[in-house]
Design a protein around this ligand. Structure first.
Ligand SMILES: NC(=O)c1ccc[n+]([C@@H]2O[C@H](COP(=O)([O-])OP(=O)(O)OC[C@H]3O[C@@H](n4cnc5c(N)ncnc54)[C@H](O)[C@@H]3O)[C@@H](O)[C@H]2O)c1
Length: 267
């Protein structure tokens, strides 16, 4: 049951691929909380994923956009404003993909053109979304922009490979763009650093299941689920967090503050 936290608000959700996706849960909760939304994903994901099913259930339109293409983003933002009846109040960037991880390239032998693609899809796309939205005046005052990150931006998780640098870049874009947008028209920009979560992107990382269990034991509250993440996103889209900006917010059951947990030693 919703609490109308997003009543009257409009938003755009990137990255719902299937019902495991974090973006899928955010879309469902945003509508439950009273928002009107458009959904978007890369054209290839529209063919392979189940986003249309989600759109039908939420009465939302799907607008294809490769998040690395400024032209696609202009089209997405303009169409969303047409459909929703004006600028939006929130945007979720829930996009990640590493070519080197997909192709099992060890971190010390990375292919640099694949790395550039990884950075473009996973991080620079966030800047492109914001720059295009600012140019088109597509976000209302006190709007909220969010992207999903991971603690590998700060600490070393060897199998996360070049995604660690992608997330560091993503978080830095939130701080830098957050400054400019706050000054221009009070739009806030944050990243949420989420626990390991059983999704298509998550499970693409080598040893993910073992690592998921490790993080679950290390975190005093256990891993935050995709549903928990969606709840947190809703609070950050709501008017209750209007002064939070330029932050990387850990949403991880306490993992980021732990040094050692006896629960792991006992095992
Ligand atoms: N699953 C985890 O353990 C975990 C933990 C922390 C952060 N995250 C982050 O959460 C976000 C969402 O991932 P998820 O775990 O829900 O997995 P997911 O696989 O469901 O979502 C990733 C999405 O990125 C989309 N995408 C890829 N290339 C794109 C492009 N060029 N243009 C537009 N969209 C594109 C995919 O189609 C997919 O919908 C990612 O940024 C991911 O890094 C995931």
């Amino acid at each position: 049951m919703g609490h109308n936290l997003l009543e009257g608000k409009k938003g755009i959700i990137f990255g719902a691929l299937d019902d495991q996706s974090m973006a899928w849960k955010v879309a469902e909760k945003a509508v439950e909380e009273g928002a009107k939304i458009t959904l978007t994903n890369a054209p290839v994901a529209l063919r392979m994923g189940q986003i249309q099913e989600l759109a039908d259930s939420l009465n939302a339109e799907v607008i294809p956009a490769d998040a690395t293409s400024e032209e696609d983003l202009e089209n997405l933002l303009s169409k969303s404003m047409e459909i929703l009846g004006g600028p939006v109040d929130f945007i979720l960037h829930s996009i990640g993909m590493s070519v080197n991880v997909r192709k099992n390239k060890p971190y010390t032998e990375l292919n640099y053109s694949w790395m550039e693609k990884t950075f473009d899809v996973s991080a620079i796309s966030f800047h492109k979304v914001m720059q295009t939205a600012m140019k088109l005046n597509a976000v209302n005052e006190w709007g909220s922009i969010l992207a999903l990150s991971y603690i590998a931006a700060q600490r070393t998780f060897p199998d996360y490979s070049e995604m660690a640098e992608s997330k560091a870049l993503l978080e830095s874009f939130a701080r830098s763009f957050g400054y400019h947008w706050a000054v221009k028209n009070k739009v806030r920009v944050n990243t949420i650093s989420q626990s390991p979560t059983m999704t298509t992107a998550g499970q693409g990382v080598k040893g993910f299941h073992e690592f998921f269990d490790y993080a679950d034991k290390m975190s005093p509250l256990g891993n935050a689920t995709a549903d928990d993440c969606a709840d947190y996103c809703i609070t950050l889209f709501s008017d209750y967090t209007r002064m939070v900006t330029m932050q990387n917010l850990y949403h991880d059951g306490g993992f980021s503050s732990m040094g050692m947990n006896p629960a792991i030693l006992d095992k």
